[in-house]
Design a protein around this ligand. Structure first.
Ligand SMILES: Cc1cc2nc3c(=O)[nH]c(=O)nc-3n(C[C@H](O)[C@H](O)[C@H](O)COP(=O)(O)O)c2cc1C
Length: 223
């Protein structure tokens, strides 16, 4: 059992961001894409201090196409709004009345995924690269990871309309800042964006009861 666990961890660490899209042979021989992908446990050995991360926190709009490692992808999502207290399921980012209403979608070269924080997993929502169109062809589309934040109003039942809009707009700021700080520890570029193509994102995500809030590309700076 222990050996299987170690092997799984080694294999997962060796995976690059492109691997979730890797075709798996289904029983009928046709290629099948994984629908749920387990992320790595967060790397708690990151040695950059909070004060250093705050010193380096910045918007950088230059992106190379180089992909993040699987560990970086796992860590940036956990930093964004992962569960940091498993005993009560609370997250790295606060939310009004602990609504936990900010859904995080990861647009990657391998497809689009919803971050399932309680299980620290990715759930596939699209099996092709949908980054193109998010910025109408701009440089940000080169980033290997574009996070799209959605206020999920199904999780805000006790809030009136004004409160839903106000609190989802405030809560997304904490998530975005967590991503900024993580990027500062890894020398990654990131920019939080109010301007992105809502029509394109809306078509890909098909949100029934919620609101597109912000988008945030993450990647290495262009050399
Ligand atoms: C709510 C919000 C929306 C933003 N939208 C955009 C955007 O659409 N495009 C962009 O390039 N930068 C955007 N920014 C980034 C700001 O321009 C940037 O944070 C500001 O210039 C300060 O730079 P700094 O983050 O390096 O401190 C946005 C920032 C915030 C807080």
């Amino acid at each position: 059992m222990k050996r299987i666990l170690i092997l799984t961890v080694i294999m997962a660490s060796a995976l690059s961001l492109s691997v979730p899209a890797s075709a798996q042979k289904a029983k009928n021989g046709k290629a099948k894409k994984e629908t749920v992908i387990k992320l790595n446990a967060p790397d708690m050995e990151n040695s950059v201090t909070l004060m250093e991360a705050l010193k380096n926190r910045q918007t950088n709009r230059s992106f190379a196409t180089q992909e993040l490692s699987w560990q970086q992808l796992s860590d940036v999502l956990w930093a964004a709004a992962g569960v940091n207290r498993p005993d009560n399921g609370k997250r790295t980012a606060p939310t009004a009345r602990n609504a936990q209403e900010i859904d995080i979608y990861a647009f990657t070269p391998s497809g689009v995924f919803l971050y399932d924080a309680p299980n620290h997993e990715l759930k596939r929502v699209a099996d092709k690269d949908c980054r193109s169109g998010l910025y109408n062809g701009g440089n940000f589309e080169k980033a290997p990871l574009i996070l799209v934040y959605v206020g999920n109003f199904d999780k805000m039942e006790g809030f009136n309309e004004e409160a839903r809009n106000f609190y989802s707009a405030t809560d997304v700021g904490f998530v975005s800042q967590n991503v900024y700080l993580y990027c500062a520890t890894q020398n990654l570029s990131t920019v939080i964006c109010g301007s992105f193509n809502h029509d394109h994102a809306g078509k890909v995500l098909n949100i029934k009861n919620g609101k597109l809030l912000l988008a945030q590309p993450v990647g290495y700076p262009e050399k």
